[in-house]
Design a protein around this ligand. Structure first.
Ligand code: TLP
Length: 345
């Protein structure tokens, strides 16, 4: 029985073309700036998101953290959404590495309101930390892959400018956001000072993320990456797959979105589950489990017996993520298996 892995789009395997590019990659010592494959990836990535420069980093977490280190000084305050990845899943990195305080504000389906951000900015007062950075997440992971629309990005940028804050975008899945909006990704990234995006999620490269911004900003990120030990020498081997990811995997993301929509609509018809269909905007389907029936882990154990894997987000919430190794037949098999588990419960 073949497996269907819906735990995350991070589980994707490299494509044939990526394997070939990795085998043939020209490499050098990147700490000397001499790896042609990395330099090529960085130039291509900067161009695609409309920034002056870019830096290859081992992970999305490191990408976000080097950007925070480069943007802030100790004791400053960072505004971000209540359940942002930077707050939830980065092991307290902003406190450990940047010495910054996080000021969380609730969004609507992960999308911040400009008035709430404006109200959260600290006034000039010796007692208060200085608010110097706004972090956005597009698409928003915990909210279920929701998109902050271009117009909202613009409004938030205006608030940041008024307040003298920079904006960092955790764009781990920013190409999914652009696809969902039907716009070039630059329409989203033009409103932020820095962006981090992952090559290793829906774009299916084996390793790595990109951070992008001005040349001067990226020079500071390079130093921060050095502090974290993220200089990877002949990493052109993996960067070569990143180039293929950017060239070949962006335009197909709409298939993942269509599969997520079909999955969500099927789940919406099943009694124990509640799906907010309006929140299914990209490749993530997050839904609640009625505690009268079972817990999320108990249900997922049964599903795993049938070769289908997904993760619980909380004891009563499940997340399923579509990606290029999940096709429409896999979605139908997932829905059939879920129905079968329910019928036997
Ligand atoms: N998200 C992972 C897990 O960490 C939850 C996943 O499976 O979705 N920003 C966002 C919005 C992310 O979703 C992730 C990864 C990251 C940053 C961190 O990327 P990595 O895993 O490369 O450090």
């Amino acid at each position: 029985m073949s497996k269907i892995d819906l735990r995350s789009d991070t589980v994707t395997q490299p494509t044939e073309e990526m394997w070939r590019a990795m085998a043939e990659a020209e490499v050098g010592d990147d700490v000397y700036g001499e790896d042609p494959s990395i330099n090529r990836l960085q130039e291509l990535a900067a161009d695609m998101v409309g920034k002056e420069a870019a830096l290859y980093v081992p992970s999305g977490t490191m990408g976000n953290q080097v950007c925070l280190m480069a943007h802030t000084r100790r004791g400053e305050e960072i505004i971000l959404e209540d359940e942002a990845h930077i707050f939830m899943y980065e092991a307290g990195g902003p406190a450990v590495l940047s010495g910054c305080q996080l000021h969380r504000i609730p969004g609507e389906r992960g999308v911040l309101h400009p008035d709430d951000v404006r109200a959260a900015v600290r006034a000039e007062n010796i007692h208060f930390p200085e608010t110097t950075l706004l972090c956005l997440e597009n698409t928003h992971n915990r909210a279920g892959g929701t998109v902050t629309p271009v117009q909202r990005m613009r409004e938030l940028a205006e608030v940041a400018q008024e307040a003298g804050m920079n904006i960092h975008l955790d764009g781990a899945r920013v190409f999914n956001a652009a696809c969902a909006e039907g716009v070039d990704v630059r329409r989203i990234t033009e409103h932020v000072d820095s962006v981090q995006f992952c090559l290793s999620k829906g774009l299916a490269a084996p390793v790595g993320s990109i951070v992008a911004g001005t040349e001067e900003f990226i020079a500071r990120c390079l130093r921060a990456r050095k502090i974290l030990g993220g200089g990877m020498r002949q990493a052109g081997i993996i960067a070569a797959a990143g180039v293929v990811a950017l060239q070949t995997m962006v335009d197909r993301l709409e298939e993942d979105h269509a599969n997520a929509r079909r999955l969500a609509e099927g789940i919406a018809d099943m009694a124990p589950f509640t799906v907010d269909l309006d929140s299914v905007q990209s490749n993530i389907v997050a839904y609640d489990v009625d505690p009268e029936w079972f817990s999320a882990p108990a249900f997922l154990d049964e599903l795993r017996e049938r070769g289908i894997m997904a993760n619980p987000v909380t004891p009563q919430r499940i997340r399923m993520v579509t990606h290029y190794q999940v096709d429409s037949a896999d979605i139908e098999r997932t829905l059939d298996s879920m129905t079968e588990v329910l019928s036997q419960w």
